[in-house]
Design a protein around this ligand. Sequence first.
Ligand code: UT7
Length: 335
Amino acid sequence: MIPTTQPGKVRAGITALGAYAPNKILSNHDLEKIMETSDEWIVTRTGIKRRHIADDDEFTSHLAIKSVEDLVKRHGRDSLEGVDMVIVATNTPDALFPATAALVQDHFGLKAGAFDLLAACPGWLYALSIAKAYVESGLCQKVLAIGAEALTKIVDWDDRATAVLFGDGAGGAIIEAVPEPYGLKSVVLGADGSGAQHLHRRSVGRCLPNGEPLAEHLYMNGREVFKFAVRVMNTATIEAVEKAGLHSDDISLFVPHQANLRIIEAARQRLELPPERVVVTVDEYGNNSTASIPLALKHALDSGRIADGDQLLLVSFGAGLTWAASVLTWGGAKT
Ligand code: UT7
């Protein structure tokens, strides 16, 4: 399609959102029965009380599709009309190829391009930044950007330091042109590959002659990632707020990556925001990586915490090491 919009004349924003977490719940008390841990340790160190777990035959594409079904339920089938690009940010694609995004495209019969994006936990914010660039340049009219994870399939259940942290889920949004004053006002993206060893997915087996896949596990040096997270949440959020021409006082709602309540609390204090302006869902879902921010947004919407014109501050960090932050003025969907 020939672009119909002039670069610089359009601002992209989120006009629809949906999210999904599997029904199966694994509580801290359930974990106490299968490893040497305690509800007290997990809650004190992380704020996590339970996590939602995909079934054995439920994979990332299924979760991504369920999140889009939720979006359609909330905003109507029309919200998918004209979607010309599907991006799935994930660390746990169904397969290295084809892209999980192509499975979503096919399921909904979209006439769209499709690709997966790998930028660890900030992947969904990276996807938003690409969607913004596509829409504002006129290359795309409407982008469906999803974060989806079946992380519990790669968690090492023999490693209590990481097994207790993660859960499964997905969330997706439609990004398209919105009128002033709405839309994505600033984007900050960063990476520091010198910290790659602190958080990665690695093979832990040999390829079997019968073709069974290698086992893969998530490895993390929690202490190092913790220090990095606290540092980068601070710098990235301040940069995103300044780039948007705002002050932290102007932020209506802070929606951080849900990895650890202590990390969220440190960021909140640095920004001098009151607790009622922070979304916390880590207690219910654990760390859903790319899905954590869209799931948190859905919760905030459902509990009436986001109003038209609110300034939202989104921030995430993860393997790479990578980080991303963005300020978004909520609203602007055609009614
Ligand atoms: O989105 C991905 C980004 N990842 C993160 O944000 C994770 C960042 N890091 C963290 O959230 C924290 O570092 C953890 C929650 C992973 C760990 O908390 P910590 O306060 O840094 O604990 P630690 O690793 O220093 O371990 C303290 C103790 C150790 O025992 P000793 O050596 O002091 O005797 C661990 O063996 O806690 C022990 N421990 C546990 N005990 C009970 C570690 N995991 C567990 C567990 N249950 N599940």
